[in-house]
Design a protein around this ligand. Structure first.
Ligand SMILES: NC(=O)c1ccc[n+]([C@@H]2O[C@H](COP(=O)([O-])OP(=O)(O)OC[C@H]3O[C@@H](n4cnc5c(N)ncnc54)[C@H](OP(=O)(O)O)[C@@H]3O)[C@@H](O)[C@H]2O)c1
Length: 328
């Protein structure tokens, strides 16, 4: 039987999500990879234990995480039921809908039909009555924003989610969505976007600035650029790396193109007394408007290393310039 570490809340820092009442751990765990049917169940359990033992209260999923789509939610639901049922009120569980989940016109994008059906399916897979945060996973250029936001409102008002979030939105769309959600009295509190030393999109598309202005939280996914911003690819492509175990999203060519930059960043991290993973996470967390970094992991030891980033999240001007010069 799993007994969480009683010291867990002394090992993590928590930050208020925008101006909401909700605090999130500054490091959150995402289940995009390694929790599907091709993963090892005991390893999944151990990663959840390591995370929670170290104060990571927030676990992030989506309807389509796997492979197969849906299997990460099924596996996580089993882990929850077998080990965490006494701790539901200590957990923030999020899921999303917005990418292709089932065939036909109702299993994708942002219609009311899709979002409401998808969350019902997610709850069944995880064996939960509600999720803490439900996200629309990506902007839908065809469905009226009012319809998508109306579906989020219905979801919250029916008690199936406590808060809502938007993922992969840009600044202008975020602003329009905020107005609609505020009129509908929906607790929209968080944006989930990709952000790392290698990907500055949210600085350019207005999301970062607009979310700050509107006092909404920002949780940053792929802060390690899927593992590139660690020391793992410095000497070739290890067999246990994402590239080898699941080559769908991170390609060997991308890693090779970035290798010189990774080597230079690794040197800088060493000078700061951090690993590259620690420095990359600290870099994302250095700004006040960032609520949490949403990491992935393939083994518990990575979670332990990554949490150490919190020990130093400040940078000198010179270090920031050096990072920009290397990476941009
Ligand atoms: N909203 C969206 O559209 C969206 C999109 C993508 C992701 N997300 C969310 O963000 C989460 C994180 O994304 P991500 O997995 O791409 O994040 P990431 O933290 O950039 O990459 C995680 C991967 O890097 C490697 N790694 C992690 N720590 C390491 C360490 N200390 N040393 C060496 N390697 C390390 C592991 O891969 P190896 O297998 O190589 O060990 C791990 O699976 C997802 O699980 C999901 O919840 C959301």
């Amino acid at each position: 039987m799993y007994n969480p570490d009683e010291e867990r809340y002394n090992k993590m820092l928590y930050k208020r999500c925008g101006n909401s009442g909700l605090k999130l751990p500054m490091v959150s765990l995402g289940l995009w990879h390694n929790f599907g049917d091709t993963g090892n169940y005991e390893n999944m359990e151990n990663m959840c234990f390591t995370a929670f033992d170290n104060g990571i209260t927030h676990f992030d999923l989506a309807n389509n995480y796997g492979p197969a789509p849906g299997s990460a939610e099924i596996n996580f639901g089993k882990i929850l039921k077998e080990n965490f049922s006494a701790y539901r009120d200590e957990l923030i569980i999020s899921t999303k809908a917005g990418y292709t989940m089932w065939p036909g016109p109702y299993g994708d994008w942002g219609s009311r039909k899709y979002l409401i059906a998808s969350l019902d399916q997610s709850l069944q897979r995880m064996k939960l009555d509600y999720v803490d945060i439900f996200y629309h996973h990506r902007m839908d250029p065809e469905t009226p924003l009012e319809e998508t936001m109306g579906a989020l409102a219905q979801i919250v008002h029916s008690g199936k989610a406590l808060y809502v979030g938007l993922s992969n939105y840009d600044g202008p769309t975020l602003e329009k969505a905020t107005t609609i959600l505020s009129d509908l009295r929906v607790p929209f509190i968080i944006n989930q976007n990709r952000y790392s030393i290698f990907d500055r999109t949210i600085e350019k598309n207005g999301l970062n600035q607009k979310a700050t202005e509107l006092k909404k939280g920002i949780i940053c996914f792929s802060p390690l650029a899927q593992g590139m911003l660690t020391d793992k690819y410095l000497e070739g492509i290890p067999e246990d790396s994402r590239i080898r175990t699941d080559g769908r999203f991170l390609k060997e060519t991308t890693v090779n193109e970035k290798l010189d930059k990774v080597v230079a960043l690794n040197k800088l991290a060493k000078k700061r007394g951090q690993t590259l993973a620690e420095m990359a996470l600290a870099w994302v967390l250095k700004d006040d408007n960032i609520t949490s970094v949403l990491i992935g992991a393939s083994k518990p030891s990575q979670i332990l290393e990554n949490i150490k980033a919190l020990e130093n999240t400040s940078f000198t001007e010179e270090e920031l310039i050096q990072i920009d010069n290397i990476s941009l």
